[in-house]
Design a protein around this ligand. Structure first.
Ligand code: GCO
Ligand code: MN
Ligand code: MN
Length: 386
């Protein structure tokens, strides 16, 4: 019998080159795995059923490569994409690896560093366009501080805005068909990062010159580092029409950015996330921004990649079962889960009527909501006891 959870191209699963290509270096230890060529990653991921790969400029073209070298690398990479039927839906810029970015990129105090960061991003957007990307992610890797004395935080926000506005105009001028997705993170690698959550990003976007070109790329681990409920943030991004991309992984609370395999820790939270994505009609890539444990060899990396996609598909199936489960649905109906009856628009008459209405608040307060039972049914469903 074919595996019902096997990943398929139509599932739109993508991985960063930097994710499966992560050699397992950490602040305390050296790499434990050999580097993998991007063309090899493309082949292997395609065989596993992935739809595409995403990249930072320097995941593909080394920092400082000559124009001729760049063109050769890109040519070979494009050939691999076409040989293996793989897409590059998203591209991004590495604005954190080189020491020049030690004080940040768009927010750095030195205007030459800010200008270099914008130049690097423009070139990296060109590369993304050449590879067919339609989403451009901006993650402010080192846009933050250890010493808050170094600048007024309002100045940092203003600098970040100026750079994003400049890049939006660049893209418009080039007539590139691409949208930007901003990724928030509260800390790491800096002590504190500016624009730390998806909510901050959503508010910031409205202050841009072209807010319609810019949305968000929320990451599970980043919001969980802040102690937030990830799927609530996603619901708000969807509600605002701003969920342009998503970084799936997992995270234990109160730790460094662990980038764990999707769904390996927060079973219930990730179930509700997948349910939301699937039921909302989100049709963007399901991108995994995570990596295999440092204990793994190459076989472990592919087990990690396969497991990420498989878990997503299991949750998708569980979401279908949740919707088809008559007991769960009856409880939801009883609880008024979809009852959106509201007051409607204000009128003086309606306001007066409402003020004069008498509510039996004790009766309302007495009513049990049966959420314990409902939640247990979800647990049963997730644990396979239903
Ligand atoms: C991290 C980030 C990055 C970004 C990537 C794309 O915490 O390291 O999540 O992986 O998503 O750089 O911009
Ligand atoms: Mn990410
Ligand atoms: Mn991350």
């Amino acid at each position: 019998m074919p595996d019902p959870y096997a990943p398929k191209k139509s599932d739109k699963f993508t991985f960063g080159l930097w994710t499966v290509g992560n050699p397992g270096r950490d602040p305390f230890g050296d790499p434990v795995r050999e580097p993998m060529a991007p063309t090899y990653i493309v082949k292997m991921l395609s065989q596993l059923g992935a739809y595409g790969v995403n990249l930072h400029d320097n995941d593909l073209v080394p920092f400082g490569a000559s124009a001729a070298e760049r063109d050769r690398i890109v040519r070979e990479f494009k050939a691999a994409l076409s040989d293996h039927g793989m897409k590059v839906p998203m591209a991004t810029t590495n604005l954190f690896g080189h020491p020049v970015f030690k004080d940040g990129a768009f927010t750095a105090n030195d205007p030459k560093v800010r200008a270099f960061a914008v130049q690097k991003t423009m070139r990296s957007i060109d590369l993304g366009m050449e590879l067919g990307a339609r989403i451009y992610v901006m993650w402010g890797g080192r846009e933050g501080v250890e010493a808050d004395a170094c600048r007024d935080a309002r100045e940092a926000i203003k600098r970040y805005r100026d750079c994003v506005n400049f890049l939006c105009d660049y893209v418009r001028d080039q007539k590139y068909d691409v949208r930007f997705a901003l990724e928030a993170k509260p800390n790491e690698p800096r002590s504190d990062l500016y624009l730390p959550t998806t909510g901050h990003m959503l508010a910031f976007i409205e202050t841009l010159d072209h807010p319609e070109m810019v949305g968000v790329n929320p990451e599970v681990a980043h919001e969980q580092m802040s102690g937030l409920n990830f799927h609530h943030g996603i619901a708000q991004a969807i509600d605002a029409g701003k969920l342009f991309h998503i970084d799936l992984n997992d995270q234990k609370p109160g730790r460094y950015d662990q980038d764990l395999r999707f769904g390996s820790e927060s079973l219930k939270g990730m179930f509700f996330l997948v349910k939301l994505l699937e039921e909302s009609g989100y049709d963007g890539p399901r991108h995994f921004d995570s990596h295999a444990y440092r204990t793994e060899d190459e076989a472990g990396v592919w087990a990690f990649a396969h497991g990420s996609m498989r878990t997503y598909n299991i949750f998708k199936d569980k979401a279908r079962r949740f919707a088809a489960d008559t007991e769960i649905q009856a409880l939801l109906k009883e609880a008024g889960a979809s009852n959106g009856d509201g007051l409607g628009a204000y009128s003086r008459e309606k306001g007066k009527q409402l003020k004069d209405t008498t509510f039996d608040v004790d009766a309302l307060a007495r009513k049990g909501l049966a959420y314990e039972h409902l939640d247990q049914l979800v647990v049963d469903l997730l644990l396979g006891a239903r």
